[in-house]
Design a protein around this ligand. Structure first.
Ligand SMILES: [Zn+2]
Length: 266
């Protein structure tokens, strides 16, 4: 806790705070720094909110959804293939047994009427059984074909999503590269601009900029602060008119550095 006796006396009003002085040309240069900083902020924002990046995320989610669906579809296909094989074996077994019976019948090996009747009845029953099994197998095959088609469609969809993602990624990377290049040139420009600005003025600018949505210095044009877009009132205009050109002015309303320009309307 700061004691009352050790803290500096509080200024009664914003206009009484410590004033900085800087050559008017230097103050104007601060506006150039502000313009570059805004451009850099916009580039950083664009980099973060690039539509290609958002689209790529959507595509990645879609790709992963399709891959999961493909795994499920693949399992269904494998199950049905097994089921079909089993059904096929069952049909084959019935057919083989029926053929054997038929051969016995055709060869005239069966002499007793009772045995003949039993054999014929078995053949009839095997025929019915074969019909049922074949119907079931056809149904399995239809389901298998459908599942295979679905798996193939999912694979094709995933391929096209992957292809699209590649294109979007290339576009995003190109956009990022362009942004990074622009930002690098902006930073270089800024370095040149700030070289001639006194450290205390730059520090004040940076502090206000951080507090005030990225704008620390604004031009006074047509009696308006271009930082907050407010018209200055008559009293403030009188106050500013009375200040030496090298005094660093701050807008009473938004506290930004207000840089006088030939179009200030003072
Ligand atoms: Zn303002």
């Amino acid at each position: 806790m700061r004691g009352r006796c050790t803290s500096p006396p509080r200024s009664p009003g914003p206009t009484k705070e410590l004033t900085l002085n800087a050559d008017p040309a230097v103050q104007l240069r601060l506006l150039d720094v502000q313009a570059v900083d805004q451009r850099l902020d916009q580039l950083a924002h664009r980099r973060k909110t690039l539509p290609e990046a958002a689209e790529l995320e959507t595509l990645a989610a879609e790709h992963s959804r399709l891959r999961d669906a493909e795994v499920v579809a693949g399992t269904v296909v494998a199950d049905l293939e097994r089921e079909q094989k089993r059904a096929d074996t069952e049909v084959e077994q019935v057919r083989a047994r029926k053929d054997r019976d038929q051969k016995r019948l055709d060869a005239g090996q069966v002499s007793s009427a009772k045995e003949l009747e039993s054999l014929q009845s078995e053949i009839a029953s095997l025929n019915r059984r074969q019909g049922v099994l074949e119907d079931a197998e056809i149904e399995i095959m239809e389901r298998l074909e459908e599942a295979q088609n679905q798996a193939a469609a999912l694979a094709a969809d995933r391929d096209s999503v992957a292809k699209k993602a590649q294109e979007v990624q290339a576009a995003r990377d190109a956009a990022w590269a362009q942004i990074d290049e622009d930002a690098a040139s902006g930073r270089a420009e800024r370095e040149t601009l700030v070289a001639g600005i006194p450290a205390d003025l730059l520090a004040l600018y940076e502090k206000i900029r951080a507090d005030r949505g990225g704008i620390g210095a604004a031009a006074l044009r047509q009696r308006r602060c271009e930082g907050c877009m407010m018209q200055l009132d008559a009293a403030e205009l009188v106050r500013i008119r009375g200040l030496a050109p090298d005094v660093v002015v701050r807008h009473d309303e938004c506290r930004r550095i207000l840089v006088r320009t030939p179009e200030s309307g003072l």
